[in-house]
Every structure is written in C-alpha cells, then in structure tokens.
Write a protein that binds this ligand. Structure first.
Ligand SMILES: [Zn+2]
Length: 364
C-alpha cells in the first residue's frame, strides 16, 4: 500500500511574526502582489501598517469579498500585467483560498497570512470556490500546498474569540477522523492512505487542545499572546491542516456537509458545525462513555455548540434531519472512511442522540 503526505513548504508562527515577512518574500522573489482583506488595507495604525510600508515594490489589491471565478480571473489579469513575482494573501479563508488559486494559475510562489485561526484551511492544497452570489460552486484541488504560511499570533489574538473557538472545533475533530481512517485504511485528501506521521500529528493536535484550549481562549479574550494561545494556534492551523489532509476525514466533516443543507445553519462557522458533526460521530458506533464525555466536556469548556439549537436548528423536522443524514452519506463522502457500515438512518439516529445529550447537559 502506497502512503502519501502533503505539507506546506514552510510554516512560520509567532508574536509579531509579520516583521519577518520581507525576509520570507525575499526567498521567493523581489516583489509581491498582495491580495488583502479590507480591514488590512484600512488598518492605518495596526500591525499591518509598518510591514506594508516596508514593502516598497509590492502592489496591494483589495479582495472583492468572494472566492469566485470572476474574482480569480480579475486578479489573474492584474497580476499578469504586473511585474511582481510572489502572490501574498492576507485575511480570512476566502482571501487565502483566492490567493492560492491565483498563485497556481500564474505559476508563482504563494505566501499566506491568515488573520484568524478559525480553520485548518491555510496550510492545505484545497480551495473552496463559490458562485458570485455566495453559493457553493466546487472544490479546487491544487497540485501543491502554499509555499509559506505565516501566522502572526498578535494579529490572531486581536480577532474576535469566536474565530479561535470555531478553529478548535475544526481541529478537535481531526484526530478522531484521522484515527478512523487509520483503522479502516481509508484514504486521505490525496486519495491514498496516510503515513503514521500524519496520525501522530493529529494525536498531538488533540492533546494540545485538551491541555491548552481553555487558557488559549482566555488569552484571546484579553487580546494577549501566551504560550497556550501559541500552542492552540499551531494546533488549529498547522497540525489540524496536516492531520486532515494527510490523515483523512471521516464522519464529522461529512455530517458538517449535511448540516450545511439547512439554511438556518448558515450563520454559523465551519468549525462550529464540525463540532456538532463530531458529537454525532460519537454515537455512530459503540464508543466508550468516557470518550463521549471527553468530547462534550471539551466542547462545553470552550463554548462550542453542543446541540442543534446552538447552530440555529430549533426544533428540526424529521424531513430536515433525513436531508442532513442523506447528504452526509452521499456517494464519495468521507463518512465512508468510518471502519463500519454507515447508513443515513444510523446517521439520523446519531445526530438525535448527540442533540439529546447536548440538551441534557444544558439543563443541568
Ligand atoms: Zn474542517
């Protein structure tokens, strides 16, 4: 059996890590084409001001707000008419996904600077493409991961804490899903099985969250950088990214995909819905009660959703739950990486069981 793992070229993280951006750019070229969120370009006195001023030969392009083909084509045209050599994305997930695709289409190095730690997407070789109205279009699997991912934990600590907590929801599912892939010999995002190193990194991600999650959240609430915050940002961004891409996904993300078919969940972040998917996954087979308790205790301790009502699904109908379960079990979905047979009826029951447990806990 041939295993395959994929990684970003370089991962840089730390308090005020933005200061070394010029050094990182210089390894790849003389000048950069920067695709940035509005708050970055508006940030006249914040952490970006100084570093953007230092980058004399760089062009800053305001990101249009949607990772769609029109935006990608527009940015590709502008880049092609420019003499810059490196593409940099600064901002949230859609900005970074756009920068990845533009970099691939223009065959040039890509440096990504996430300003929040809400998902594990920055390190991956995957972009989610939407239509210009914001509806889902397709996944774009890119031939390689970003060249550099640079995370300034000072910037992350200034962002609303809900982003960091959602990132922990996404990251907390990583080891459970990777472990089920390992048992099943299920495939990772490359379509081949993962190596032991990916499972070990997923396990480290799990341990970091349990050890430091609560204190990382408190640090972010106070907008300060502490070792706990540093560890959790690494778990959310790097370890979860390597764990999911090279370890593999299973039921939690498939149930997340099912939940996205319900409009009421659209105001909730990816990691918040993944947390609900993970809680449901705990009831899909005969997991020990201590594992189930561990998952709910952790989610509760950092304020992640623990029942359907927490992600906008108040009194869901049977039809809605069947719709979620059927989407989660669609052909080719990662739920089939679970080491046992999964049916939509089983998924519907496990979602109900997790919801009942979450509601029970909220009543206590
Ligand atoms: Zn995810």
């Amino acid at each position: 059996m041939i295993s395959t793992s994929i990684f970003p070229g370089r991962y840089v993280q730390g308090d005020q890590a933005l200061n070394i951006l010029p050094e990182e750019i210089a390894r790849h070229g003389k000048s950069a084409f920067i695709i940035a969120d509005k708050f970055v370009t508006d940030n006249s006195s914040g952490p970006f001001k100084e570093v953007l001023e230092q980058l004399n030969d760089c062009k800053v392009q305001l990101f249009g707000g949607e990772c769609c083909d029109d935006e990608i084509d527009k940015l590709c045209d502008r880049f092609a008419n420019d003499s810059t050599e490196v593409i940099i994305g600064i901002g949230g997930g859609k900005t970074l996904d756009t920068a990845k695709v533009v970099g691939y289409k223009q065959s040039c190095p890509v440096i990504l600077i996430p300003t929040i730690a809400s998902t594990d997407a920055p390190c991956s070789a995957l972009s989610v493409i939407y239509n210009s109205d914001g509806s889902f279009n397709r996944y774009e699997v890119l031939p390689h991961n970003p060249d550099v991912v640079l995370v300034d934990t000072n910037v992350v600590s200034q962002a609303p804490v809900r982003f960091l907590v959602a990132g922990m929801g996404d990251a907390f599912a990583t080891w459970f899903e990777a472990e089920d892939c390992r048992l099943k010999r299920g495939t990772n995002m490359t379509g081949r099985v993962g190596p032991l190193s990916a499972y070990a990194l997923a396990k480290l991600c799990h341990e970091i969250l349990l050890e430091y999650g609560v204190y990382a959240k408190r640090a972010c609430e106070s907008n300060i950088v502490t070792p706990a915050l540093e560890h959790v940002v690494e778990a959310n961004t790097l370890l979860s990214g390597l764990g999911f891409e090279s370890g593999g996904l299973a039921a939690a993300h498939a149930i997340h995909n099912g939940l996205t078919t319900i409009a009421a969940t659209h105001n909730y972040y990816h990691g918040e819905k993944v947390a609900i998917g993970l809680q449901a996954m705990m009831f899909l087979t005969d997991r020990p009660s201590k594992t189930i308790d561990l998952v709910f205790d952790f989610c509760q301790s950092i304020g992640l959703p623990i029942c359907l009502e927490d992600i906008g699904m108040i009194d869901p109908t049977e039809d809605e739950l069947i719709k979620v379960a059927k989407r989660a079990c669609a052909e080719g979905e990662t739920i089939h990486n679970e080491p046992y047979e999964v049916t939509h009826r089983k998924v519907m029951h496990c979602i109900k069981a997790a919801d009942a447990e979450g509601r029970r806990r909220k009543r206590l």
